[in-house]
Structure formats: C-alpha cells, structure tokens
Design a protein around this ligand. Structure first.
Ligand code: GRF
Length: 216
C-alpha cells in the first residue's frame, strides 16, 4: 500500500480528484495518510476532514523565518514518513533537505506543458495569462518528480489542451483542470502505486502500459 501525503494551498480540486479516484478504485494500493496546507482557510483541508483524513496546517507565517519553517516542515514530513508526497496546487517551495530525503518520491502537477510557462513566478492564473498573451494554440498540464530546480524534475506525464477563441485565464484554467490535471495526477499516482514507473538517467520510463481508467 502506497502511503501518500498530499500538500495543498487552495481549493483542493486536485485533491478531490485523488479522493474520488481512490473511492472509485481508479487509484489502487494507495492510502492518503495526511493532507498538509500552508493556508488555514484552504477548502482542501475541509475536503480532507470530510474524508476522515488528518488535515494539518503548517504556514511559514507562523515561524520566525523560512529556515525555521523549512526545518519544522521537513521534520513533520519525516515523522509522517510517506512513500510519496503529492503537491496538488501547493504554493510553498519544498526545502532542499526534504527534496534530498524524498528523492524521486515527490510529485507535482503544473498547469502547462513543461518546459513552456513554468519556473519562478509561474503559478496559479499567471501560467494561463502568459499562455494567452503568447498566443499559443495548445497548452496542457504536466506531472513531474520534484528536484532542487523549479519545475525541472523528470516528467511523468503530460496532456495537451486546446486554447479556444474567447478564452480568459479563468476559462482556460478550468479547462486545463477538467481535461488534464484531474486525469493526469490520479493516473500518475496509480502508476507509481502499482510499480509502473521508474526513473533512469533522470528520465521517467514506464515499465508497463498505463491502464487508462481515468480518461473522459
Ligand atoms: C491547479 O491549477 C494546479 O495545477 C496549480 O494550482 C491549481 C490548484 O488547484 N498549481 P486546486 O487547489 O487543486 O483546486
């Protein structure tokens, strides 16, 4: 059984997609042992509580400085000792010590096709604003392992989403979530939980074909 801790900052729709996929047995061999948010008001925490999952708030604001937060956050994660950490819309940079301790055991969902529209400053609606500003015709989402860089770890899965006339950042964000994020992230967790993924030379290799259980 893969024990996962999900880290969230906001609405938690990606967390909800994971919870639903576990309930519907589209993700198997997986248990969420805790949800952590840096934001006490995050709806994601309520979603966790509604599922009987421990919901923990840890905010950098409650520590004297970032180093103190990083230490406490890393200690908490070591105490929880998950097999996999899932960043599902988590807006806090993961401390380097945690990345090292959980090497290739942290995954993140990013709402663009990396390496486009990613890196420092590309989060939330900004990603979609920049895609629309540039006039690309296709965007999407990426699930990747987290390394010391920003959105630079090995790519696990990507899915393209078309941009349509009249799109606003909000409309595009919703389409990317519906057509890509809510499918890709649960699928990647199921692949990891069932041993279908390995990292070789900093690249992800699928050891068997993914069973497409989440395609809409
Ligand atoms: C998603 O677009 C995610 O990719 C991004 O932040 C958003 C989080 O949404 N990093 P939610 O909290 O899962 O609803």
């Amino acid at each position: 059984m893969l024990k996962i801790v999900v880290c969230v900052s906001g609405g938690g729709t990606n967390l909800q997609a994971i919870l639903d996929a576990i309930d519907e047995k589209k993700i198997t061999n997986t248990e969420i042992t805790a949800v952590i948010s840096n934001n006490a008001g995050a709806r994601a925490l309520t979603r966790a509580e509604n599922h009987g999952i421990p919901a923990i708030c840890m905010s950098p604001k409650n520590y004297p400085d970032r180093a103190a937060f990083n230490q406490a956050f890393t200690e908490k994660m070591c105490e929880l000792n998950p097999d996999l950490i899932v960043l599902a819309g988590f807006l806090v940079k993961i401390p380097e010590t945690m990345v090292k301790k959980f090497s290739n055991r942290i995954v993140n969902i990013h709402p663009s096709l990396i390496p486009s529209f990613c890196g420092v400053g590309y989060y939330g609606l900004t990603v979609h604003e920049k895609a629309l500003e540039r006039g690309v015709k296709v965007t999407g989402a990426t699930v990747h392992f987290v390394n010391e860089g920003m959105d630079e770890g090995p790519i696990i899965a990507q899915k393209a989403v078309c941009i349509e006339d009249g799109d606003t950042p909000e409309i595009l964000q919703r389409r990317v979530m519906e057509q890509a994020e809510w499918i890709l992230l649960p699928q990647a967790i199921d692949d990891i939980a069932n041993g279908r993924i390995e990292v070789v030379n900093n690249k992800v290799r699928k050891t068997e074909k993914t069973e497409i259980k989440l395609q809409k």
